[in-house]
Design a protein around this ligand. Structure first.
Ligand SMILES: [Cu+2]
Length: 175
């Protein structure tokens, strides 16, 4: 309320802007995020990204990667999207059963692994252009709205799994 009244007085405009930046760190950060490139989350690195295509067309693909937090604060991964997939969901496999993973927190210095048998991303509604040997892009969205994009190598299941099972995946339970 007090800021609104300050802004309404033209002579106080410069002062109120300075006060706004000092007194409102959240607002300053939001402004910065809106103007900076959205694909650069400081300190976070995604490596070993790959998208494993299903053997049977129409089934979901699975994406795996290592997410390393090189920053000084814990970071929560909130959502994922994959270029060429109509929908992507984070899943976890516990005791051979898969369930949605709503969020995953990565402590400073830690690496969160999405790999067969544990955490993974299921990708649905696949574009036929996603072909083995190519690449696509995954975009992670963090709880504070920051994003991180990185390439995924596209593989077929045989390349990545070497005959291992899919970590308890029951494809019938997927849309
Ligand atoms: Cu899954």
């Amino acid at each position: 309320m007090s800021r609104l009244s300050l802004l309404a007085a033209p002579v106080a405009l410069a002062l109120s802007l300075a006060a706004c930046q000092q007194g409102g760190p959240d607002q300053a950060v939001a402004t910065e995020a809106a103007t900076a490139a959205p694909d650069a989350k400081p300190g976070m690195a995604l490596s070993a990204g790959r998208l494993v295509l299903p053997v049977v067309a129409g089934n979901p693909a699975a994406a795996y990667f290592d997410l390393t937090n090189g920053g000084g604060e814990a970071v929560t991964l909130a959502a994922v999207s994959i270029e060429g997939a109509g929908n992507a969901e984070m899943h976890q496999t516990v005791d051979g059963k898969m369930s949605p993973l709503d969020g995953a927190t990565v402590e400073p210095g830690a690496t969160l692994k999405f790999e067969p048998g544990t955490n993974h991303v299921m990708a649905f509604e696949l574009d036929p252009k996603l072909a083995p040997g190519g690449t696509t892009e995954i975009t992670l969205t963090f709880a504070n709205g920051d994003k991180l994009s990185a390439p995924l190598k596209i593989e077929t299941r045989g390349d990545a799994m070497g005959g291992m099972d899919m970590g308890g995946h029951d494809m019938g339970s997927h849309r």
